[in-house]
Design a protein around this ligand. Structure first.
Ligand code: URA
Length: 221
């Protein structure tokens, strides 16, 4: 898949990868359209998630193995080590899990739920369930929208406290503000996205965006 690394948003940021593949851009444009149905939105999110998983897993380590084809003995390459844990930031992150699990069905799945305290504006954790061996897995944290970046940074804080060492953040859409915040808070975390939009508006929506990803995925309003 074609992908390009944008100039990092800060000197400390290792990489932001924007998927500029034509299929990704086509599906993202369909996703943005207000007329796309809930079923269509889910299907497109699933398809885009599989394509994003392809990029997010690019650096997984391989080991060389001897195998027999029907014709001869040869060497091949298999994933080595404990492999993956997908971590969904509730609730909209769950919409990305299905497409990723189509590609990596053996991945473990963790969940983190956060809400913002209305007084202090600090993210408060209301749910967290992760596999015990998180430190031995590459963690792919998923949330469709990287808006302010505060939830993503807070979720990754908690993952690191739980022992995670190698983390990739994957979203459908990012705001420049969110990319900058996450890159400053966690410069070691690679960000994979389908687009970086123009801005965040005063209500915290990404513009031009696609609206509320959770509501569109789950048909709520
Ligand atoms: N969350 C969403 O679902 N949409 C936005 O535009 C920003 C945050």
């Amino acid at each position: 898949m074609t992908a390009h690394s944008n100039a990092p948003p800060s000197a400390a940021a290792p990489s932001v990868v924007v998927l500029d593949h034509p299929l990704v851009q086509h599906k993202l444009t369909r996703l943005r359209q207000a007329t796309t149905s809930t079923a269509g939105f889910r299907r497109l999110t699933r398809e885009l998630s599989l394509l994003m998983a392809y990029e997010a897993t690019r650096d997984l380590p391989l080991e060389t193995v001897d195998i027999d084809t029907p014709l001869e003995r040869t060497q091949g390459h298999l994933l080595s080590g404990k492999k993956l844990c997908l971590v969904s930031i509730l609730r909209a992150g769950n919409g990305i899990l299905d497409g990723m699990l189509d590609l990596v069905p053996a991945a473990r799945v963790g969940h983190i739920g956060l809400f913002r305290d209305p007084t202090t504006l600090e993210p408060i954790e209301y749910y967290m369930k992760l596999p015990d061996d998180i430190g031995e897995r590459v963690c792919i944290v998923v949330d469709p929208m990287l808006a302010t970046g505060h939830s993503a940074a807070a979720a990754i804080d908690r993952l690191k406290t739980a022992g995670a060492r190698q983390i990739v953040f994957v979203c459908l859409l990012a705001a420049p503000e969110g990319v900058a915040h996450l890159a400053a808070a966690h410069p070691d975390v690679k960000i994979v996205t389908c687009a970086i939009d123009r801005e965040l508006d005063d209500h915290g929506y990404i513009r031009p965006g696609l609206g509320d990803a959770g509501d569109r995925l789950f048909g709520t309003k």
